[in-house]
Ligand binder design. Structure first.
Ligand SMILES: NC(=O)C1=CN([C@@H]2O[C@H](COP(=O)(O)OP(=O)(O)OC[C@H]3O[C@@H](n4cnc5c(N)ncnc54)[C@H](O)[C@@H]3O)[C@@H](O)[C@H]2O)C=CC1
Ligand SMILES: O=C([O-])CC(=O)C(=O)O
Length: 320
C-alpha cells in the first residue's frame, strides 16, 4: 500500500513540531510548505537527519510550491501569524483571513480530497473561512482547539488532585477564545464526576472555578511567558491525534471545531463540539445535554464566533 502523504501548510513553530511528531509516528511522508524561502527546506533537511537516530523512514521535504502538496491525504494548516503579549486571538483576523484565502485555493487546486485540519487563529472563524475558500465538503474540514483546551483543563485538574492525567477526562466546548466553555458536568476522574471528586479530596468549588478560568486563559498565559509567539508542543500533539483518528478510521469522539447545522440551536457555523472522527472525516456531531448555565455560556461563546464571521464577510466580498 502506498504511504500516506501529510502536507503541513505553515512550517513555523507548530508546523515543525507537527512534522517531527508525524515522522516519529511513521504516519506517512511529509511535505512542509511555507512562503518563507529556504525555511521549510532547511527544517525538512534537519528533521530528515533525525531519521537514522530515531529509526523512521518517513520522507520529509520542504517546498514553496503548492504543486508539491498534490494528492495529500491530510493537510494541517498553521500558516499565518501568532499573537504577541497584549493581543487577543481576534486581533489576527484581518491578516490571517488573507492567508486562509491563499491556502484554501492551494488546497482546492492540489488536494481536494484531503482531510484538512486548521489550527490558525482566530480558530473558529479561520476554519470557517478556509472551508469557504477551499470549497471542500464540510465533513473534510475541521478546526483544532477543543483537544488542546481539554488537555489544559485535564492537566490543571491532575495537578490539583495529585492524580494521573491518564485518569482525567476533561471536556471543553465552544469557541477557542476566553469565552470557551469547560464543561464540568462531563469532566470525570476515571468516571467520578469532577465536583464529587473535589468533595472527596477537600478541594473547594472556588478552587475548581479558578482552574476553569485558568483553562479559558491557558493560551494567553503561555503567550505572556514566551514573549514572542504562542504554544506549539501541545497544539501540534492535539492536531496529530485528530489526523490519526482520520487515517486510522478510529471513530474517536473528540472536541473539535466542526460545522454545526441544526444541533445546539446553531445554523451553519464552526465551533467546538464533540465530534466523531473516522475515515469519513468529521462523521457526526454529538449533541449532549447541557445545564441551563452551560447552555447560556455556550451561547455567549457562539455569539462571539458569529461576530467574527460577520467581520470576515465585511473584509472579503466573496464570503458574503
Ligand atoms: N487552534 C489552536 O489551538 C492554536 C492556534 N495557534 C495559531 O496557529 C498559528 C501558527 O502558530 P505558530 O506555528 O506558532 O506560528 P509561526 O509564526 O511559528 O508559523 C507560522 C508560519 O506561517 C507562515 N506563513 C505566513 N503566511 C503564509 C502563507 N500565506 N502561506 C504559507 N505560510 C505562511 C510563516 O512564514 C510562518 O513560518 C497562529 O495563527 C497561532 O495563533 C497556535 C496555538 C494553538
Ligand atoms: O493563545 C494563543 O494565541 C495560541 C492558542 O490559540 C493557544 O495556545 O490556545
Amino acid at each position: 500500500m502506498a504511504r500516506k502523504k501529510i502536507a503541513l501548510i505553515g512550517s513555523g513553530m507548530i508546523g515543525g513540531t507537527l512534522a517531527h511528531l508525524a515522522a516519529k509516528k511513521e504516519m506517512g511522508d511529509i511535505v512542509l510548505f511555507d512562503i518563507a524561502e529556504g525555511m521549510p527546506q532547511g527544517k525538512a533537511l534537519d528533521l530528515s537527519q533525525c531519521g537514522p537516530i530515531e529509526g523512521f523512514d518517513a520522507k520529509i521535504t520542504g517546498t514553496n510550491d503548492y504543486a508539491d502538496i498534490a494528492g495529500a491525504d491530510v493537510v494541517i494548516v498553521t500558516a499565518g501569524v501568532p499573537r504577541k503579549p497584549g493581543m487577543s486571538r481576534d486581533d489576527l483576523l484581518g491578516i490571517n483571513l488573507k492567508v486562509m484565502k491563499a491556502v484554501g485555493e492551494g488546497i482546492k487546486n492540489n488536494c481536494p480530497d484531503a482531510f484538512v485540519i486548521c489550527i490558525t487563529n482566530p480558530l473558529d472563524a479561520m476554519v470557517w473561512a478556509l472551508r469557504e475558500f477551499s470549497g471542500l465538503p464540510h465533513n473534510k474540514v475541521v478546526g483544532m482547539a477543543g483537544v488542546l483546551d481539554s488537555a489544559r483543563f485535564a492537566t490543571f485538574l491532575a495537578w490539583e488532585f495529585g492524580c494521573s492525567v491518564k485518569d482525567v477526562n476533561a471536556f471543553v466546548l465552544g469557541g477557542h477564545g476566553d469565552t470557551m466553555v469547560p464543561v464540568k458536568s462531563y469532566t470525570t476522574i476515571n468516571g467520578i464526576p469532577v465536583d464529587d471528586y473535589a468533595k472527596i479530596k477537600g478541594v473547594s468549588e472556588s478552587r475548581i472555578d479558578e482552574i476553569v478560568d485558568r483553562t479559558r486563559k491557558g493560551g494567553g498565559e503561555i503567550v505572556g511567558l514566551l514573549g514572542n509567539g504562542s504554544a506549539y508542543y501541545a497544539p501540534a500533539t492535539s492536531a496529530i491525534s485528530m489526523a490519526e483518528a482520520y487515517l486510522g478510521d478510529q471513530k474517536r469522539i473528540l472536541p473539535c471545531a466542526s460545522y454545526v447545522e441544526g444541533k445546539y440551536g446553531l445554523d451553519g457555523l464552526y465551533v467546538g463540539v464533540p465530534t466523531v472522527i473516522g475515515a469519513g472525516g468529521t462523521e457526526e456531531v454529538i449533541e449532549i445535554e447541557l445545564s441551563d448555565e452551560e447552555k447560556s455560556n455556550l451561547k455567549v461563546s457562539t455569539d462571539a464566533v458569529e461576530e467574527l464571521l460577520e467581520a470576515c464577510k465585511g473584509l472579503d466580498e466573496s464570503l458574503k
